[in-house]
Design a protein around this ligand. Structure first.
Ligand code: CAA
Length: 384
């Protein structure tokens, strides 16, 4: 097994690390405190090709692999987890399914500007009463002679307040199958913002990732043409699940970034802060925490990079993505928790970054499938 990175992957790591340190890290605390959408950083990410990393250049992307994407996501998220998830939603939840399931026209006219960062995408699966049990969505798509009419609401839509397009999932068939009970089929649609009947409310207020705006999106008799269907009519749930197989690699990488930032700052602080006459790094109580943080981080990275490598080989990676997302997200919370302990009272202060890492880590255990959903996916794979 070869754990070394290719020249291209090392180059992406270096580019992302330098960019994040120079352009993002100095602004991260301000972005968190002000909840400001980082428009200039989103534009810079576009210039770097980081908004459509694994999409071929012919469709506006950077033509890189999923491992490059995971590496860059970790670097950007280590500087600012909000910037990380903005990037992740555009790459994993919009560009990836458009590339995999979209028509030639959708790839040319919608994917190309979104992958190059000229436009922004978002993903509408979750609803007010349907999160983990995604199949119970009630947003409907009704066939009419010249297209479809969409009705319903989608919430927690990251990038929603700023996105130019949404990839949205709706129930398009509900039938009673004799002897089998109800059958519900879903379809994916790509809808431009500005389409009559597509509106949104003010952005959500959250515990963390303050600069990554989310909102509820509403569809009221929103009429879209047949050309808005992504993939086959009736296959929308599979489009959503396959998309999340990739998305969970992005969130695992975001969690790696948050955990690494918490470890790095703890290492620095423990060498400077003194107690009982010595830097606290000389106390075993601190050393053991640092050692556990480092080992968990490395283990999470191996799981994440394995899932990304499988995606690059075109192998089904549902299980591996769920394992990576579960372990990396819970790792990030544990590592940030220990970082606060190492900082002591200062760790609880908003003057230092570790409380931000702790708040930002928490969402990685929830979005793109809670830890409980990852365990369900893992157990289902073990038991089949
Ligand atoms: N790839 C392709 N097809 C898949 C699949 C996958 N990974 N997983 C399931 N399917 C298919 C199944 O084969 C099945 O097909 P058939 O009907 O032909 O047999 C169909 O989909 C239904 O599968 P299940 O019976 O397993 O479905 P389920 O209702 O039991 O639900 C679940 C499965 C894993 C719990 C799923 O509902 C789930 O992942 N829930 C969590 C939802 C989630 O992650 N939401 C995140 C929202 S996005 C977000 O958070 C973005 C953000 O803010 C950043």
């Amino acid at each position: 097994m070869d754990f070394s990175l290719s020249e291209e992957q090392q180059m992406i790591l270096q580019t992302a690390r330098e960019f994040a340190a120079r352009e993002i890290a100095p602004k991260a605390a301000e972005l968190d405190k002000s909840s400001r959408w980082p428009v200039e950083i989103v534009n810079q990410l576009a210039e770097l090709g980081f908004l459509g990393m694994a999409i071929p250049e012919a469709y506006g992307g950077a033509g890189l692999d999923a491992l490059c994407y995971a590496i860059a996501m970790e670097e950007i998220s280590a500087a600012c987890a909000s910037c990380g998830v903005i990037m992740s939603v555009n790459n994993s939840l919009f560009c990836d399914p458009l590339y995999k399931f979209g028509t030639d026209d959708q790839k040319k006219n919608i994917l190309t500007p979104v992958a190059s960062g000229k436009k922004l995408g978002c993903f509408g699966l979750t609803e007010p009463m349907s999160g983990s049990d995604a199949q119970t969505m009630v947003t409907s798509g009704t066939k009419v002679s010249d297209g479809w009419v969409i009705n319903g609401a989608k919430n927690w839509i990251t990038n929603g307040p700023h996105a130019d397009y949404i990839l949205v999932f709706a129930v398009t068939e509900r039938a009673e199958v004799p002897g089998k009970g109800p059958r519900v089929k879903h379809t994916a649609f790509v809808i431009p913002r500005g389409t009559p009947g597509y509106t949104q409310n003010a952005r959500d207020h959250k515990l963390g990732i303050h600069a990554a705006h989310s909102c509820t999106v509403f569809f009221e008799n929103c009429h879209v043409p047949d050309s808005a269907v992504v993939g086959q009519v009736g296959d929308g749930f599979k489009v959503a699940m396959a998309t999340l197989d990739g998305g969970r690699i992005g969130i695992a990488s975001q969690a790696l970034g948050i955990g690494r930032a918490a470890l790095d700052t703890s290492l620095g602080y423990s060498k400077e802060r003194k107690s009982f006459g010595v830097p606290i790094s000389q106390h075993q109580a601190i050393q053991f925490k640092l050692a556990d943080m480092a080992v968990e981080l490395e283990a999470a990275r191996l799981l994440t990079w394995r899932a990304a490598s499988m995606k690059d080989k075109g192998v089904r990676h549902t299980l591996e993505s769920a394992e990576a997302k579960l372990f990396a997200s819970e790792m990030a919370t544990r590592v940030a928790h220990r970082a606060i302990q190492i900082y002591g009272g200062y760790g609880y202060s908003t003057e230092f970054p570790v409380e931000r890492h702790y708040r930002d880590a928490r969402i990685t255990e929830i979005y793109e499938g809670t830890s409980e959903i990852q365990r369900i996916v893992i157990a289902a794979n073990l038991l089949k």
